[in-house]
Design a protein. Structure first.
Length: 170
């Protein structure tokens, strides 16, 4: 609800009550067609195999869902990107800290909370990972697979934020 309430406010809709999340569902289900402002690729510090799997010639995120939801309101898009930049690194750190202490319920909680933002912003390199982190945490898995997914999540989110800051002067 932390991200849904501001989104609902900007869309001038009431935040959903228990059970339903129409704003979040709209964020997740909206199309993703790619809008690319002036863009300079950022070279990541990922492992070689991850670098090959990620196309850095294109932005790692997409704002078209936000534009569609807001009726092409660029101010709304910038505010949502700023919210993402401000909130998401803290959520990633909470996931990492919870994983280190084997608090898988907290890992699951923050992964679930991040999912709408990742889907909304079309952050494809970690869409599968965030779902898998949530599922693995729910199942109590604490091995190297979930650890590597959390590491990838942290790296990609850092790159996405760098791109957002560069493209939108955040």
């Amino acid at each position: 609800m932390k991200l849904v309430n501001p989104i609902a406010k900007w869309l001038k809709k009431n935040a959903p009550e228990q059970g339903g999340a129409p704003v979040a569902e709209a964020l997740i289900s909206a199309g993703n067609t790619g809008m690319a402002p002036v863009y300079t690729p950022i070279v990541p510090d990922l492992h070689a195999e991850e670098e090959q799997a990620i196309d850095l010639s294109e932005p790692l995120f997409n704002v078209n869902k936000l534009l569609d939801m807001s009726g092409k309101n660029n101010d709304f898009v910038v505010k949502m990107l700023q919210l993402f930049v401000n909130e998401t690194p803290q959520s990633v750190m909470k996931i990492k800290d919870a994983y280190k202490s084997r608090d898988m319920e907290t890992v699951k909680y923050y992964a679930h909370m991040m999912k709408p933002s990742i889907f909304n912003l079309g952050i494809h390199p970690v869409k599968d990972e965030i779902v898998q982190i949530e599922t693995m945490a729910e199942n109590g898995e604490t091995g190297p697979v979930i650890a590597s997914k959390i590491e990838k999540l942290e790296k990609i989110i850092r790159l996405v934020i760098e791109q957002m800051r560069s493209q939108y002067s955040l």
